[in-house]
Ligand binder design. Structure first.
Ligand code: AMP
Ligand code: ZN
Length: 116
């Protein structure tokens, strides 16, 4: 169920523009508006979940799909061999700012760990 106030639901509906790099029945992937690396893609489910914390046990297939799709995008765009980072910021301490579940796929530079 789309959340009418959610910017990512609006992106899914095409009410806010985005540069899509991939889409299927379950998710869409698009370039982050404020990239933190040379490649910065967001993968989001078409269904609205406020955060990872709000995904129940019955949605493991959807969650797995987001990760497998990220790996596939990395291969298709040619940055899987050098490597990449996958991040799911969750709730306030996790640094989440948009409350529609999303997977960050970052690549094109060396990342440090742990992140700040
Ligand atoms: P987070 O801080 O994990 O919630 O990440 C939210 C991400 O959404 C940030 O990296 C923002 O740059 C990105 N973002 C916010 N609005 C848009 C938009 N309209 N199009 C693409 N990315 C966006
Ligand atoms: Zn949403």
């Amino acid at each position: 169920m789309a959340n009418s106030d959610c910017i990512f639901c609006k992106i899914i509906k095409g009410e806010i523009p985005s540069t899509r790099v991939y889409e299927d029945d379950i998710c869409i992937a698009f370039n982050d508006l404020h990239p933190q690396a040379p490649r910065h893609i967001l993968i989001i489910p078409r269904e609205h979940f406020d955060s990872l914390d709000r995904v129940d046990e019955g949605r493991k297939e959807m969650l797995g799909h987001l990760l497998v799709t990220g790996a596939r995008i990395a291969r298709d765009l040619g940055f899987s061999e050098r490597g990449y980072r996958v991040v799911i910021n969750t709730n306030e301490d996790g640094g989440q700012t948009v409350f529609h579940l999303h997977v960050h796929l970052l690549a094109g530079r060396q990342f440090i760990f742990p992140p700040g």
